[in-house]
Design a protein around this ligand. Sequence first.
Ligand code: APR
Ligand code: PHB
Length: 389
Amino acid sequence: MRTKVAIIGSGPSGLLLGQLLANAGIDNIILDRVSKDYILGRVRAGVLEEGTVGLLDQAGAGARIHREGLPHDGFSLAFDGRDHRIDLYGLTGKHVMVYGQTELTHDLMDKREATGGISIYEAANVTPHDFDGGIPYVTYEKDGTTRRIDCDFIAGCDGYHGVSRKSVPESALRIFEKVYPFGWLGILAEVQPVSPELIYANHPRGFALCSMRSHTRSRYYIQCPLDDKIEKWPDDRFYDELRRRLPTEHAEAMVTAPSFEKSIAPLRSFVAEPMRFGRLFLAGDAAHIVPPTGAKGLNLAASDVHYLFESLREYYGEKSTAGIDAYSERALKRVWKAVRFSWSMTTLLHRFPDTGDFGQKIQEAELDYLVHSTAASTALAENYVGLPY
Ligand code: APR
Ligand code: PHB
């Protein structure tokens, strides 16, 4: 088989890239090691920047998000027993869209199917070859046979645990990493959200977040120790703990329902540089991870894909390599700003085991400054709604 771009990974990065390329007449094949249903069963974050929604529209997969997505004009920072609203729209003229990543993935898969794009699921041992200097190709196993796809480029959109980044010689990579000393315990429940906007709470017992997927589905999180076990968190205990971390008005208003998903996720910041090796590009989680506090993971994947798509379009349309030569540097500039923002939101809102009284006072001063200074609130809002591409 031959294609122009072999895309490893059928998550949001791979699907969005595949669709943008296909719409521009650049053929591509997507390979994933798991099944479509498995991918659609994963629960991930759900706050999209306007730029991400714009890319979904550009891909021709934006109809449902405009019908079912919830545009949000602001969110709450809760501390000291009360809410402090960050007026995203008033401060920046922009909204964010609350829409689950699972739904976005679904929309992109439907679009790919409708436009006849080739996706190969349950492909084992996917391996990129000869991307540094030679003519690249990808091998994989399916139904007991090894198959080969010849291509011009390989896009590594295969997430943090994927094969693409691991195929690059270690000496060619620089890794930057920070692991945080806590996790997030999250639940999904079919129940009306406690508030129409998201609440990020800083509390002496630890961080809490009230988010949602729709008017009838809530997504709630609490900070927990890294070695905690979900078996120790029956729903009643979870809701009690969440209520204790929220201002009284919300705690009293909260309606509960049994959770249908419950998991603990560790938090880390991770960047691999560069994001290109010859004819292999990395995009999305394959190249970087951010803690979820700023809701940037999916949005960063989208901005990588934007830069990569424009570079490839330029290559095929104008026979110029300027775009692909600049891809890594352009993408990383935006990546690092989001890494910084996610780190600062995480640092601001969580209890750290060893900050001590001094660290605690600094956190309180920063929160107070943030909500009382228009300049500081604007900087927060500008990052939250998404920096320009
Ligand atoms: N071979 C083939 N496919 C693979 C391999 C492999 N060796 N390893 C991983 N994959 C597939 C996974 O099965 C998955 O479907 O690559 C896909 C990667 O998807 P994601 O992990 O969702 O990563 P990405 O598409 O970059 O999505 C951006 O940012 O923070 C997040 O939650 C956000 O998941 C979102 C991500
Ligand atoms: C979510 O809804 O899952 C969510 C929302 C905002 C975040 C993180 C996660 O910052």
